[in-house]
Design a protein around this ligand. Structure first.
Ligand SMILES: C[S@@+](CC[C@H](N)C(=O)[O-])C[C@H]1O[C@@H](n2cnc3c(N)ncnc32)[C@H](O)[C@@H]1O
Length: 208
């Protein structure tokens, strides 16, 4: 369901990142650790990488990791985080681009998208279907999404919160096997130190 918000996505996200020194924790997302730890490293691409927590973790765990985000500020911070972590430049890459118009040319063993959700327009399913074509046979697509609103979210009414079945159906990928499609719970801490148990929709697809 498209948002009725007319804000330009690039402006919205750039302002969001520019408004704070750090927007996210810098830590890898739980589901990425749980799922990717079972996979053999190769080339990975993270969609909507934000400040790079997942991409840095992937590079630290043997992946030739690329992260892409619409915000220049986010990708700059992500590159700084990679340098601070001592990751060699040839093992990690960040690019600022709008996924709505970005055309991938490379192929990947793993494409990840953690919370690629937005209170402003984002043709998320189209993006995931298009980029999934760049996954090699035997490779995987891992999509992690908020299954509900974090209690501290200020943008709840604009977000979509897909169930696992809705997520798989929206992707509509033929020639893929569903390996995981479930809700996973995790403990989280909000921006003001609030504690909550949050549900994530986790979908892992394997390209046949
Ligand atoms: C909720 S944040 C998640 C960030 C990160 N993956 C994480 O887990 O912390 C959504 C991210 O998607 C990015 N984004 C939104 N629309 C985008 C677009 N059209 N192209 C590329 N990135 C986009 C935003 O800039 C933001 O960093």
């Amino acid at each position: 369901m498209p948002s009725d918000d007319v804000t330009v996505p690039a402006d919205f996200w750039e302002e969001r990142y520019a408004s704070a020194e750090h927007v996210w924790s810098g830590m890898v997302n739980h589901a990425i650790v749980e799922v990717v730890s079972t996979l053999t490293p190769g080339r990975s691409l993270d969609l909507g990488c934000g400040e790079g927590g997942d991409v840095v973790w992937l590079a630290q765990h043997g992946w030739d990791a690329t992260g892409l985000d619409i915000s220049v500020t986010a990708t700059r911070r992500a590159a700084e985080a990679a340098r601070a972590a001592g990751i060699p430049d040839d093992r990690i890459h960040f690019e600022a681009a709008d996924l709505e118009t970005w055309s991938p040319h490379e192929s990947y063993d793993l494409v990840t998208a953690s919370f690629l959700q937005s209170p402003v327009d984002l043709p998320r399913a189209d993006i995931l279907r298009r980029v999934a074509k760049q996954v090699v046979p035997g490779g995987r697509l891992l999509v992690v999404a908020h299954a509900g609103m974090p209690p501290w979210s200020a943008h709840a009414h604009h977000h979509e919160f897909p169930t696992p079945d809705e997520e798989v159906a929206a992707l509509g990928l033929e020639g893929w096997t569903v390996e995981i499609a479930e809700i996973r719970s995790r403990e989280a801490t909000g921006p003001d130190g609030q504690h909550a148990t949050l549900d994530d929709t986790v979908v892992l697809l394997h390209r046949n």
